[in-house]
Design a protein around this ligand. Structure first.
Ligand code: SAM
Ligand code: SF4
Length: 245
């Protein structure tokens, strides 16, 4: 798919008249909606899922989505838990697009099939962010290219723009560079971000030695600077330097 088509697709949710007016008001621009708290994985750094809770009904989701739109919100990011475990996720995407939202979805990718990607595309999904932390699974995180690489074919000629993001901690750091290079070499915007701060000690991960993380930042930043397609590195460095505590 051509770059201009992709850019057009990403911005097709925008009504530019509405956008212009938004320069002068204080309405929300973007909202992240947890379409479910449930998840099919158990990443050791995650506190954002809860399998004791049922999926919200499609009717409730539609009611909330309508309300979010009425508030003036223009972009909606469908997150969770794992959005793809919700049985009505395609309908949710279609509903968001019907209301004029620019719509993205963040997923661990495990439930992606060729058929589901085609259905999400048909429903109008514009951006899919797939989370990939390592090249191979580990006890800390199963989100790896071993699972995702064979699925990237599903997006050939798809209108959905792919993004890849990974989490950096002691377990993933040795593979973070390979994750960046693997995503970027396929033309997919790719970033890796430091695991969040954990003041309540709820995560089951070691964040990693600060010196090694700093060395990683310097090396990837230096080696990436001559190549335009490595903008993912730059984005990562900005996020990293602002989120380290
Ligand atoms: C909570 S997940 C929900 C969507 C989906 N289940 C997934 O993993 O992509 C959204 C994003 O937050 C990231 N994430 C979860 N816990 C995190 C943490 N403690 N620090 C940094 N990122 C985290 C995940 O890797 C994922 O990219
Ligand atoms: S897949 Fe996403 S929601 Fe599920 S445990 Fe991992 S980060 Fe959390």
């Amino acid at each position: 798919m051509k770059l201009l088509d992709k850019i057009g697709r990403e911005f097709s949710g925008y009504n530019f008249v509405e956008s212009g007016k938004r320069l002068f008001d204080r309405k929300p621009l973007q909202c992240s909606l947890y379409v479910t708290d449930r998840c099919n994985l158990d990443c050791a750094y995650c506190t954002e899922y809860d399998n004791s809770r049922p999926h919200p009904s499609l009717d409730d989701l539609k009611k909330w989505i309508r309300k979010i739109r009425e508030l003036g919100t223009m972009r909606i990011a469908l997150v969770g838990g794992e959005p793809l475990v919700h049985p009505n996720i395609v309908e949710v995407v279609r509903y968001c697009r019907g209301l004029g939202f620019a719509t993205s979805l963040t997923t661990n990718g495990f439930l992606l099939t060729r058929k589901l990607v085609a259905e999400l595309e048909d429903a109008g999904l514009q951006v899919m962010q797939i989370s990939v932390d390592r090249m191979t699974p580990s006890p800390i995180t199963k989100k790896s290219f071993k699972t995702i690489l064979p699925k990237l074919d599903y997006f050939d000629n798809s209108k959905i723009s792919l993004h890849i993001t990974g989490v950096i901690c002691a377990d993933t750091l040795p593979e973070s560079r390979a994750v960046l290079e693997t995503g970027l070499s396929r033309g997919i915007p790719t970033e890796v971000r430091l695991v969040h701060a954990d003041p309540l000690n709820r995560f089951r991960v070691d964040r990693g030695p600060r010196e090694e993380l700093e060395r990683f930042i310097v090396v990837t930043n230096y080696s990436s600077s001559p190549r335009r397609e490595n903008f993912g590195f730059a984005a990562w460095c900005i996020r990293t330097s602002t989120s380290w505590t």
